[in-house]
Design a protein around this ligand. Structure first.
Ligand code: GLT
Ligand code: MN
Ligand code: MN
Length: 388
């Protein structure tokens, strides 16, 4: 049993916008005081995080003068130096300003599309200056409420054109940077384009530099779409595209809740952590969530500590699952293979196809084999509930 204390090697990160969340929502004002980026860096160090991520305007207000920008960046760098907190990821706010009311890269207004590129290039420069190696694109306003006036086909082309431009920009500047696309089905738009991680993976293959672009799947976003998050992550991993991950929680079919990691559906969180640890995912574990609106600053710290603690508890549970003799015996039974049809596995050949077509299967016998998934799942539940 470990003490579940976060350490730098766990690569736990938070966005400035996560622990900095003031609790404002569409129905009510802020309930917590806004913390400065420097205060947030110190808070993250206090709770034991490894890194901090930010949108350009989380750090530098959109209307800051160049002199103000320089001072803010200087103070932020000093806070990073004082605490040892690093910046693994950065991103652009392409959703808050009224200019982006109909999207950024997919806006019907070419001036807005040009401004979105301008803003993103500057934000990339800022991220790289602070050490970011991953650059996230979350197209929160890239979508519609009505399809009467915005072409989904044209929007896809515009989005691709923007990403192609920005890949060239990063290459031209010799930035050591990868892009990670984050899907979300809806909110703030009625429908957001490329609504799932699977859709993003298909889209990436159409880009000019697919090798530079991967995904940033978010647990809550896949849950909003009613999907199994771990399956999406597995597909991304299998494609070599898991460049980043946003961990949080979410009740299915609700508004965008961004709950503390593992707080809503610990079983799904367990299988996710088990997956990441089993395959050896080495990137950031970024918690894109925030404290309940009911809570004050102490609650924000409890929230941040809780995300990391739950991850580490589930990591230990995953190791326990892998070492449990009863669980492993069931898994061996489930995956048993007597090798009698090995000649049909693997790559295609004409001979193989011919003999497989001619082979006589005992279909009824195939249908009689059951699987002990009930037993295995109950052992998993016993383990998660702490009686194993
Ligand atoms: C916003 C969104 C998140 C994204 C952030 C990155 S901003 O909070 O809800 O899911 O990851 O732009
Ligand atoms: Mn979210
Ligand atoms: Mn996110």
């Amino acid at each position: 049993m470990t003490d579940f204390q976060p350490k730098p090697e766990h690569k736990f990160t938070f966005g400035l916008w996560t622990v900095g969340n003031t609790g404002a929502d569409p129905f009510g004002k802020a309930v917590r005081k806004a913390l400065s980026p420097v205060e947030i860096v110190h808070l993250l160090a206090e709770v034991g995080a490894w890194g901090v991520n930010f949108h350009d305007n989380d750090l530098v207000p959109i209307d800051a003068t160049p002199a103000q920008r320089d001072q803010i960046v200087k103070d932020f760098k000093q806070a990073l130096k004082d605490t040892g907190i690093v910046v693994p990821m950065a991103t652009t706010n392409l959703f808050s300003d009224p200019a982006f009311r109909d999207g950024a890269f997919t806006s019907n207004d070419p001036k807005v599309r040009a401004y979105a590129l301008h803003k993103t290039m500057r934000a990339i420069d800022l991220g790289v200056e602070l050490g970011a190696k991953t650059y996230v694109f979350w197209g929160g306003r890239e979508g519609t409420e009505t399809d009467a006036g915005k072409s989904a086909l044209e929007s896809g082309k515009r989005f691709a054109e923007a990403l192609n431009f920005l890949c060239e920009y990063a290459l031209d500047n010799q930035y050591d940077l990868k892009f990670a696309l984050e899907a979300k089905p809806n909110e703030p738009r009625g429908d957001i384009y490329l609504p799932t991680t699977g859709a993003m993976l298909g889209f990436i293959a159409t880009l000019d530099h697919p090798e530079m672009v991967g995904v940033n799947p978010e647990m809550a976003h896949e849950h909003m779409a009613g999907l199994n998050f771990m399956h999406a992550v597995a597909q991304a991993w299998g494609a070599g595209k898991l460049f980043h991950i946003d961990l949080n929680d979410q009740n299915y079919a609700r508004y965008d809740q961004d709950l503390r990691f593992g707080s809503q559906n610990p079983k799904a969180a367990f299988f996710l952590v088990k997956f990441l640890e089993d395959v050896g995912y080495a990137g950031s574990r970024h918690f894109d969530a925030h404290a309940y609106r009911t809570d004050n600053l102490d609650g924000v710290k409890a929230f941040a500590r809780g995300c990391m603690r739950t991850y580490l508890i589930l990591k230990e549970k995953a190791a326990q699952f892998n070492a449990d003799p009863d669980i492993q015996a069931l898994l061996a039974q489930i995956n048993a293979d007597d090798g009698s049809l090995v000649q049909f596995s693997g790559k295609y050949s004409a001979d193989k196809a011919k003999s497989l077509k001619a082979y006589e299967f005992d279909r009824v016998a195939l249908g009689q084999r059951g699987q002990p998934y009930e037993q295995l799942d109950q052992l998993t539940i016993d383990l998660l509930l702490g009686v194993r």
